[in-house]
Design a protein around this ligand. Structure first.
Ligand SMILES: CC(C)(COP(=O)(O)OP(=O)(O)OC[C@H]1O[C@@H](n2cnc3c(N)ncnc32)[C@H](O)[C@@H]1OP(=O)(O)O)[C@@H](O)C(=O)NCCC(=O)NCCS
Length: 155
């Protein structure tokens, strides 16, 4: 559950700036709220220094993930364009891994459209490809794009 309604605003502010509309990957406010209500969902926020933002301070990045038994799926992961390539994405993956370990999670999973530059970050962190779905996504211009599933084992 959202601990603070303000956090939903902070997530949506990053969401609206971070995702390229050409791929339709951003979630609506309602979708994020609903994910929170279903349960087993966790989110984290970072400010521009990689810390949890104090009340009233905008987030520079966020993640949203969902647990199922000992696996956790990364549903959304984004850093505001104004704060990229400063290590915030890597910082969030470390924090997510620590939080997931504390929840008893053994494996992080995520699905990414082929060609997303985020792949370099995921691979450098230790995620490995474990599957793909051909033509799973469709861009705004109608182009079919494969989905690649990555997994990271928490030691
Ligand atoms: C993916 C994303 C979260 C990365 O955030 P970030 O804070 O810029 O990432 P970091 O600064 O921690 O990057 C760490 C390393 O990952 C790699 N990397 C990150 N972004 C990269 C890019 N666009 N191109 C190539 N390598 C990249 C680099 O090796 C980088 O290290 P370096 O800057 O020292 O070269 C951000 O680009 C984003 O929000 N993208 C849009 C939303 C999205 O597509 N999310 C992923 C959905 S699967």
């Amino acid at each position: 559950m959202m601990e603070c309604a303000d956090d939903l605003d902070r997530i949506m502010a990053v969401m609206e700036a971070a995702f390229d509309p050409a791929f339709g990957e951003a979630w609506s406010r309602r979708q994020v709220e609903d994910a929170m209500l279903i349960g087993n969902c966790h989110y984290l926020l970072v400010d521009s220094r990689g810390h949890p933002p104090p009340p009233g301070i905008p987030a520079a990045g966020f993640s949203l993930s969902r647990c199922s038994l000992d696996e956790e799926e990364l549903l959304l992961f984004a850093v505001h364009p104004g704060f990229r390539r400063k290590g915030l994405g890597r910082n969030m993956l470390f924090r997510l891994t620590e939080a997931a370990r504390a929840r008893g999670i053994r494996r992080l999973m995520l699905e990414m459209r082929r060609g997303n530059p985020a792949e370099a970050l995921y691979r450098a962190f230790g995620f490995r490809p474990v599957g793909e779905r051909k033509n799973y996504y469709r861009s705004g211009s109608g182009e079919a794009i494969d989905a690649i599933t990555f997994a990271y084992t928490i030691e």
